[in-house]
Design a protein around this ligand. Sequence first.
Ligand code: GLY
Ligand code: MN
Ligand code: MN
Length: 437
Amino acid sequence: MIVKPNEFQRRRRQLLNMMEVGDIAILPAAGVRMRNRDVEHRYRPDSDFFYLTGFPEPEAVAVFIPGRKHGEYILFCRERDPRMETWNGPRAGQDGACDIYGADDSFPIDDIDEILPGLMENTRRVFHSMGYNPEFDTHVINWVNALRDKARSGVHAPGEFVALDHLLHEMRLFKSAAEIRTMKQAAKISVNAHQRAMRACRPGMMEYELEAELLYAFTLGGSVAPAYNSIVGAGANGCILHYVDNRAEMQDGDLVLIDAGCELECYASDITRTFPVNGRFSKSQRALYELVLAAQEAAIEQVQPGKHWNDPHEAAVRVITEGLVELGILKGRLPTLIKNEAYKPYYMHRTGHWIGMDVHDVGDYKLGDEWRLLEKGMVMTVEPGLYIPAGTKGVAKKWWDIGIRIEDDVHVTKDGYDVLTGALQKTPDDIEALMTK
Ligand code: GLY
Ligand code: MN
Ligand code: MN
């Protein structure tokens, strides 16, 4: 584990410092989700819950009460149960919650309805992330109502709700050194996986054969799951932005777009590369590829403290629009084309997103009405693309069925940026060289 117990403790302290005596924060673990009938999805903790607790089990609720005499951090979790542990593995239990995970106090989750209203008694504000888990929201409301019912005996129920997610997401936006180390390790595994797929690729193979190479490398690297469903789209499929079918045969002369990244210790990586199925770019593929690459490089140059969130996107849009004019795909004056978003039919998504514990990570992009400034510790993707499906009106046939995206994960440093996924080949020459090896 790269993020150590004292870092979880530091995060809890930071949250408690933002609260006042008279406040209570309540945060549930994710539930186990069913895939079909009695088959469960592999358990993945809720990112906010795990960020504060490092506690990996389901059926748990973390409670924070600043100034509480018997401890400010209370963890409700499952009791030890030797019979169940024989089937499903060890549980921390109440002792483990305190000794291993740093809780000040711990109670069985089955007792929460009896204990939690007592902990809420006479608090004024409840910090809770409303709306993500309707079933849990109902519990919170029931606990508050249990106190309202006791008003005649002089008990005060809390009267105010505060959005806990907003506080936590602002914290999560700024990555610590340990988080960056974890993300670098995730990036390294994903880089290796993409290289494996590039080396393996041959005309006549199926898209899922490349997906298998990716998953093999992720797993071998120590990742338990991809951070999102892998996209392996050849030819026309490269123009479908969320293509995850991955069932088609890859043809000689086509490009294949792979958007795939592993998750490591609850941290995501997110990489896209596009390369020729046969290992050699055609002239038109290379021309469009060079354009997306130039846009990506221009965008990455904008990832610096003091630039604002939209600067990389604006840089990418400018380069892509200019390039589309040079290639004869767009006609007109550059400022007008940009203003009218003439590039949008071919480049319809934004240039990036925050990345961290979630692939599309939390954190505001605007503060008030203004794009927020980039600051040290933020991590974002930079991922411009161009997509020209067959039949695109007004575009010459030589550009059809070319879908290209190039995506890297970029860390904002003290005085610039660090491309966490920078070890992966991305110039046409470097890609061709790797594929002939
Ligand atoms: N793979 C998801 C994304 O690039 O945003
Ligand atoms: Mn992305
Ligand atoms: Mn991606």
